[in-house]
Each structure stands twice: as C-alpha cells, then as structure tokens.
Write a protein that binds this ligand. Structure first.
Ligand SMILES: O=C(O)C(=O)C[C@H](O)C(=O)CO
Ligand SMILES: [Zn+2]
Length: 278
C-alpha cells in the first residue's frame, strides 16, 4: 500500500510539476489479477483499483496490517464502481453481480471479499474508495437507474453533463463515504466550472473513458493560486479541502468522484466566483 502524507496549501504552492504529481496524482490503478491501494492521510481515504482477469482477486487478512486492525474492513467501509466488464463480488458469502457502470457498497465488518470477472476477455475494473467507519450498514449493489441522475450545464459552455449519485444518503446509508460518476456529453469538455472548494470534505476524482492520446487538464490549488495536472485515462487526483477541483479535456470523458469528511450534504460547497480565480 502506498502512503501519501497530507499537505499544507502553502507547501503545495511551492511545488513544480513533478512535486504536484507526486503528491496529488495516482497513476497506475489497474494491474491484471491484482488490487492496488493508495492510502492518503487526508481523511484517511484509501483509493484503489481491482482488476481480476484470469483469477479471482481477494482482500487478504494481511491488509489489516496497514490499518492496525484484525482485518481490512474491521473499522472501514468501501464503495466501488465498475468501469469494465461484468464482475462478480462475493462478500462474506453474499454474491453480487456488478455490471458495467454499477456500484457496490460494502459495509464495515466484512471479512472475506473476493472479486472475479465474468468474462476474462472483458475484464472487470473496479475503482474503489474506502474510508474509516463507525457502524455496519448493509452491503448493497446500486444500479445506474437508482443513482438519481441529474443533468447540468449547457453545450454553449461546453459543460453539459449528467451526475449519477450512487452512494449518497438519498440512495442508501453510509458512515461518511459519498461516491458518484459524472459523464460528459460528446462535445462538452469542462467539469465543475464555476468551481468550488469544501472545507468540510476532501474529494478524489478518477478520470476514465479517454483515448490513449487524450488528456484532462485538472485544475487544483487554492482559488487564487491555481495549478494544473495533466491527467491521462484511468488516473486519479487527490483534492484536499482547500483545493478547487475541476477539469477540461481534449475530448469528452467520465469521472468518478468520492468524498469523505464532516458531512454528507452533496450541495455543501463553497462556490468560487469566476472573478476570484487566479
Ligand atoms: O461535474 C460536476 O460538477 C461534478 O461532478 C462535481 C463533483 O461531484 C463535486 O465536486 C462534488 O463536490
Ligand atoms: Zn467538490
């Protein structure tokens, strides 16, 4: 498990491209027949990818070594969204068939987690966020139709997009984790502009549905000290509470957002006036 330390906004201002990438960008999320995990000490979120191809991938009890617990989810909850082919997840003997663009919530206390691809020729790619939890809510699959879609923006401002809220209080209870997926319409390139921060929560963005040569210029930093990261397909960005998070692509793309922190109010955002950005 890779560890990322928290970072002060005044330190982040001083970083060059490589420094920004080292602290904020998670590059290699999917490895065949393996799970990858990056532990950010910002709100203790763990970000990762699971890609079973020819064999099942399990979360070994040994992972509890990193969390100082008897097993990985003893004091944690996990949400995942499948961006690949059909998957089968087994959680303490309970089987969930997770199709493309479907989500699974795994509540605190689950001990045995195993993930398989239904067809090795079209492997599942399970992007996940995992956060500290205080109580056990039921495991549950959430379909795209259940994810309360909301379409925002306009073609004229290149930001027409649909936000699917998979793991939010209107859909199911979680301890703190919120997760959803925002899909841009063809020809739209901007997400989350006008932008915002939220002092009360951190957020991770994971970009996908991009061709090899495409890039998203992800905007980050304090509103008056903006920086950018060039993000490629299937890479994630850790956004501290003080950082804006928005992006513009060289083509339309989709991204998964996940949040942990003080509250679960999706609209609790500190909106940044466009004239304040520097
Ligand atoms: O496109 C958007 O706008 C978003 O998806 C916004 C994120 O969900 C977000 O930043 C929530 O705080
Ligand atoms: Zn946000």
């Amino acid at each position: 498990m890779e560890i990322r330390q928290p970072i002060h906004s005044e330190h982040a201002r001083t970083l060059d491209t490589e420094g920004l990438r080292r602290h904020f960008l998670v590059e290699d999320l999917f490895k065949p027949d393996a799970a990858t995990l990056t532990y950010s000490q910002i709100d203790r979120i763990i970000v990762g990818g699971i890609m079973p191809v020819t064999q099942a991938v399990s979360f070994s009890p040994e992972l509890g070594r990193h969390t100082g617990t008897d097993f990985f989810l003893q004091r944690r909850e996990l949400g995942l969204i499948n961006i690949g082919g059909a998957a089968r997840a087994t959680v303490d003997g309970q089987v969930f068939e997770i199709g493309p663009r479907e989500a699974l919530y795994v509540g605190q206390g689950a001990q045995q987690l195993q993930f398989e691809s239904v067809d090795a020729a079209v492997p599942a790619k399970l992007y996940f966020n995992c956060a500290p939890a205080h109580t056990a809510y039921p495991h549950r699959k959430v379909t795209l139709a259940e994810a309360s879609p909301e379409t925002l923006g306009a073609a004229e401002t290149s930001n027409r997009r649909t936000i699917y809220k998979f793991l939010v209080p209107d859909v199911l209870p979680t301890c703190q984790l919120l997760m959803g997926m925002t899909q841009l319409e063809p020809g739209s390139l901007w997400n989350t502009m006008p932008c915002h921060t939220h002092d009360r929560r951190m957020e991770v963005y994971f970009y996908f549905d991009m061709s090899e040569n495409a890039a998203v210029f992800h905007m980050m930093g304090e509103p008056t000290q903006t920086r950018h990261l060039v993000v490629r397909n299937e890479q994630a960005v850790i956004n501290p509470s003080w950082s804006i998070h928005a992006g513009v692509g060289t083509q339309a793309y989709t991204f998964i957002w996940g949040m942990v922190g003080e509250n679960q109010v999706f609209k609790d955002m500190d909106h940044v006036p466009m004239t304040a950005l520097r």
